[in-house]
Structure formats: structure tokens, C-alpha cells
Ligand binder design. Structure first.
Ligand SMILES: [Zn+2]
Length: 149
């Protein structure tokens, strides 16, 4: 993995991880469109701000974890790199369960600097949660939903 590609969105003491409203809106629309199937996407941007996303194909999501060697995953990373952006995290939806990391989620994630988003669609209002992998487990993190630049 190219080290300059891998972002560290939690590294900024005075800047909270931020998801831009524009990206959040599109993620939600695409996740609802994929319902009742799971939806997943790569998230990118600069520093602590997520300003773009790349949807991953449904067959990747079916495995309920990202296939890190999958061609679409690698193509996504190349796209992020060529755009001069940093890979800041991943998102997937839980169409019928709460947005808590599953055992498979825990087994499939090994990028402690990145953000791990789960969008829960089982409730009337969608639930956004973001986690960070630290000390051998996921811990929930705070984030900002804003028009951050
Ligand atoms: Zn999951």
C-alpha cells in the first residue's frame, strides 16, 4: 500500500473527523437504493474531511466485508491516488440490523488510522455511526456532519 494514500483522519487534535453533507446525502440515497441489499463505499478526502466516495459493487458488499484484493477495491484506491486525495475510510450499510460492528466486520478490518462507518437502515431514521479500530477492537468516535472545507 502506498503510504501517501493512507490518510489518518483521527490524527488532528483540534479538528474533528468531518463528513461533508453532500457526500452524506449521496451515501444515504445510494444505500437506500441498494436496500434490502448491503451497500458499501470507499471514502476519501484530505486531512480529517471526507469529501468524496466511491461506491463498491454489490457482490463485494454481499460478503459483508470488503474484499481488499478485489479489482474494484484496487481500482478505487488508484482513483483516489490519481486525484491527489487520501483514503480516509469505508462505509457499509446494515439494512436490517443496528449499526454495530459484526464479528465479520471485526475480522475484516485492519486499518487502524482510517474511519469505519456503518449506516443503519433498520430504524425509521437512518443511524450513522463511525468507529475506529484501536486496542484490538472497535470504539465509537465522534464526527461532524457539515459543509467543512
Ligand atoms: Zn457490518
Amino acid at each position: 500500500m502506498n503510504p501517501s494514500l493512507l490518510g489518518n483522519p483521527f490524527a488532528f487534535k483540534d479538528t474533528r473527523l468531518c463528513l461533508t453533507k453532500k457526500v452524506a446525502k449521496r451515501l444515504l440515497a445510494e444505500a437506500q437504493e441498494a436496500f434490502p441489499d448491503e451497500y458499501s463505499a470507499l471514502l476519501y478526502g484530505k486531512g480529517a474531511t471526507i469529501s468524496g466516495h466511491i461506491p463498491m459493487p454489490a457482490h463485494t458488499a454481499d460478503a459483508h466485508s470488503f474484499r481488499w484484493d478485489g479489482p474494484s477495491f484496487l481500482a478505487g484506491l488508484r482513483h483516489i491516488h490519481e486525484a491527489g486525495q487520501e483514503w480516509l475510510g469505508v462505509l457499509h450499510s446494515h439494512p436490517s440490523t443496528p449499526p454495530l460492528p459484526s464479528a465479520k466486520d471485526e475480522q475484516g478490518w485492519h486499518y487502524p488510522t482510517l474511519s469505519y462507518w456503518i449506516l443503519g437502515l433498520s430504524t425509521r431514521d437512518p443511524e450513522w455511526k463511525v468507529y475506529r479500530w484501536e486496542n484490538e477492537g472497535f470504539s465509537e468516535c465522534a464526527y461532524l456532519l457539515a459543509d467543512c472545507t
